[in-house]
Design a protein around this ligand. Sequence first.
Ligand code: NAD
Length: 363
Amino acid sequence: MKNYNITLLRGDGIGPEIVGEAVKVLDKTAEKFGFTVTYTDALLGGCAIDATGVPLPQETIDKCLASDSVLLGAVGGPKWDTQPGNNRPEAGLLGIRGALGLFANLRPAVIFEPLRDASPLRSDIIGDAMDIMIVRELTGGIYFGKRGTFEEDGVKAAYDTEKYNVNEIERIGRVAFDMAMKRNKKLTSVDKANVLDSSRLWRETMNRLSKEYPEVELNHLYVDNCAMQLVRNPKQFDVIVTSNIFGDILSDEASMISGSIGMLASASLNSSKLGMYEPIHGSAPDIAGLGIANPLATILSVAMMLRYSLDEPAAADAIENAVAEVLKTTRTPDIYTEGTKKVSTVEMGDAVCALIKKVIAYG
Ligand code: NAD
């Protein structure tokens, strides 16, 4: 029987609660689909600072590199707000992304039909469903470029540099084209090629790459137009590929369209398919320990892990279908509406597990 080694970075705040439910669902899915999972815990963030003095111990990096995939809850909280910048929990997060070489960030923005009313957009704009995948370059561009603060004509000045080389663009481009091939074969590349040299290289490289993917329909949008189109007509998008800074902004915009932060998963991949999977929300210190956190974003992160790192697409489908089904009747407080049953974190995990079997039976 196939076995997968997963490192769990439960983290801080609600992290341990939501990861606990995701593990429960993964175990149930493994049982149904005939594989096993071995878990190793490792420390990241505030809990790592408490135990070792640093947010990212070397042991954590070693454990992650030795595993098939990594599941992260969330890190951070007021307890560690007085730490110096390079020793804050969030520094551990940036550090682990770098250490694992996670250059591609995948953020689906999906609206589940029962949660359509949670979207700030009118239902005629959203249509029957919204399902966009944003592929963001994660380790290059302006966040990693040359920067400085200096004095100019007697006043303080500062600069940051946006730089990409062809290899970096091709690498993220391939992830996006491959993703488009697995979906609706439609890819939108987003840049600012009317102004920036780095964007002109981006567009030129995407155009060249598209010759290797003749089945994928590639189009280009300037980032300002894309930001507008996302709220004007989100249905036009399937896969979007863009740079680090544009992706940071557009993926937050797209996730807001879905209306609920407790529902959104993400994946970060390196070139050998090792991935770190995590909900997009933070550690929610305001509700930590109350047993009311929504575990569905983390459970959906496990579905992404099964699809993109472990090559278990049927198991991924089963989890996603179970979540879609459970939302018809069962809600944690953050997504509760009248007429549904309000449940705790653990009860939501149990409800998804109970449906895994049923959903498989639907085929
Ligand atoms: P947050 O996402 O933790 O919380 C924002 C709001 O959403 C809160 O009201 C919270 O209760 C609610 N919320 C978030 N997730 C929820 C869930 N699963 N179920 C129900 N409600 C949920 O953002 P924040 O308050 O700005 O940050 C809190 C801490 O998390 C900070 O220390 C921040 O640095 C950290 N953070 C970590 C990550 C990460 O680990 N990837 C991401 C963002 C923020």
